[in-house]
Design a protein around this ligand. Structure first.
Ligand code: C2O
Ligand code: CU
Length: 494
């Protein structure tokens, strides 16, 4: 691995040439990456306002801790232990045609993992034949950093024939998913993923009589529900409530709607406080996001819940004549004001750090590859800001989208609370997410508590956008990583 100074010099080889298109409106910049460490990203970039009283904190020096040591107690025995084997092979898509992709234990999606809140989960991951190497990331679960599964940051990609053990406590009940975080714009698209559900330690307040998972994924243009190009039927008695856990593993927003009223009982694994009936509106789920929807079975017959535009779930009497498809409502449920306010477990009113994350776009070259790349605060990857925090900080971030396309922004290792959108304060249940769609022209103020030390990706979950530079990191003071990107280990997290 080259010295840090060498790396800084290499990533700093950036040439900006204004084009002849007038007023320097378009700037070309050319960056050669070579092997680099995320710790060197953002070098020389002023990093937001540090609201600490003392001098700005800096990483390094005495007391450095490696990401590899940020793990659960190695002596604690596992409550749930599974082996997951990844293969690169032909994926059978029931009801459709096969595609070339990736499987976990022989299928895509892989097996649904289930744990109870408080369990110590141990997953032995084996790469049998994924040529580029692979990892597993636990999307939405606040795992310790060593278990985050990001190639080149928290581990090396697991080569063919290799294995890696992930251990974490299932702290928050809810609906989550796992996926590879190595060459993820290819491996996630082509199926290296699955669902993981954490059941509450205590029975849920929102009683559900039936609990089903609806994992959405598009395989080679085929819209699937739980891996099949087929609709599903959930047999339920009149009045029974069915909890449908919708998981959007795709690259764009998914819509959910029904001709009958439904309730949104959880978003991204966090319960909504006192959800009310949604009638005549659709719910939108960002790429990577989840929503648990409660649907009562009707008195006689069945209701149809549309999930993701092309598939649906019939809920009720299996022998009934199927209700017709309902047209997708044009009106969208606004989660900014849905449910009832409740206290947060931290106070975002007096943040220790405030950062901007402004998304733009410009032409340039990265590693000789020309493109219309995403920018963050006007800078192009890897010269983007590093969001430095100290453990215990309350962090407020202003996400602004000046880029003309929607971006589902995803922060690893933390859940964030939405404070406002375009200056309008949140007025409903705490809207707690790990994946948030920021539409063109929108500004969101969000906050999180820095309570999970590590180096954490903070990126767009439309993964082709991430590979084109829409990725930054939240880095805790004093945390270091021995892993590198683009080097001999072959780590390419995006
Ligand atoms: Cu689900 Cu960094 O990703
Ligand atoms: Cu994006």
């Amino acid at each position: 691995m080259p010295s840090r100074r060498e790396v800084v010099r290499r990533v700093a080889v950036a040439v900006a040439v204004t084009t002849g298109l007038g007023a320097g409106a378009l700037a070309w910049s050319s960056t050669l990456l070579g092997e680099y460490s995320v710790m060197d990203m953002g070098a020389g970039v002023a990093g937001g306002h540090d609201d600490h009283a003392g001098p700005g904190a800096s990483a390094g020096g005495a007391g450095e801790v490696s990401v590899t040591s940020l793990s659960v107690d190695p002596d604690r025995p596992a409550d749930v232990r599974v082996e997951l084997v990844a293969r690169q092979e032909t994926v059978q898509v029931p009801g459709g045609r096969t595609v070339e992709g990736y499987t976990v234990n022989g299928t895509s999606p892989g097996p649904e993992l289930r744990a109870r809140q408080g369990d110590l989960v141990e997953v032995v991951f084996v790469n049998e034949s994924v040529a580029d190497g692979a990892t597993l990331h636990w999307h939405g679960i606040d795992v310790p950093n060593a278990a985050d599964g990001v190639a080149g940051i928290t581990q090396d990609a697991v080569p063919v024939g290799g294995r890696h053990v992930y251990r974490f406590e299932a702290t928050d009940a809810g609906t989550y998913w796992y996926h590879s975080h190595q060459v993820s714009h290819d491996q996630v698209l082509r199926g290296l993923l699955g669902a993981i559900i954490i059941d509450p330690a205590e029975p849920a307040d929102v009683a559900a009589d039936v609990d089903v998972t609806a994992l959405l994924h598009v395989y080679g243009g085929q819209h699937t529900l739980n891996g099949r190009v087929e609709d599903e039927h959930v047999d339920a008695e009149p009045g029974e409530v069915v909890r449908v856990r919708v998981i959007n593993t795709d690259q764009g927003t998914a819509a959910v709607w029904s001709a009958a009223p439904y309730r949104v009982v959880a978003i991204d694994g966090h319960d909504v406080t006192q959800p009310t009936d949604v009638d005549g509106q659709r719910l939108l789920i960002p790429a990577g996001g989840r929503a648990d929807v409660a649907v009562p079975a009707p008195e006689g017959g069945a209701v149809r819940l549309h999930v993701g535009g092309a598939r649906s779930i019939l809920i009720g009497d299996p022998d009934t004549t199927e209700p017709p498809a309902a047209r997708q409502p044009s009106e969208t449920l606004d989660l900014l004001g849905y449910g009832t306010p409740a206290p947060l477990d931290f106070d975002p009113a007096n943040p220790d750090r405030s950062y901007d994350y402004v998304i733009g776009r410009r032409f340039g070259l990265i590693d000789g590859r020309p493109g219309n790349f995403w920018t963050i605060n006007g800078r192009m990857f890897p010269d983007v800001p590093m969001f430095q925090v100290t453990e215990g900080d309350t962090v407020v971030m202003r996400l602004r989208n000046d880029s003309g396309e929607v971006h589902p922004m995803h922060l690893h290792g933390h859940h964030i609370v939405v404070l406002s959108r375009d200056g309008v304060p949140a007025s409903g249940s705490p809207w707690i997410v790990d994946s948030l769609d920021v539409r063109p022209g929108e500004t969101y103020d969000i906050a999180f508590l820095a309570d999970n030390p590590g180096i954490w990706s903070d990126h767009c979950h439309t993964l082709p956008h991430a590979v084109d530079g829409l990725i930054a990191h939240v880095m805790y003071d004093g945390v270091t990583t021995p892993f590198t990107i683009n080097g001999t280990a072959g780590n390419h997290p995006e």
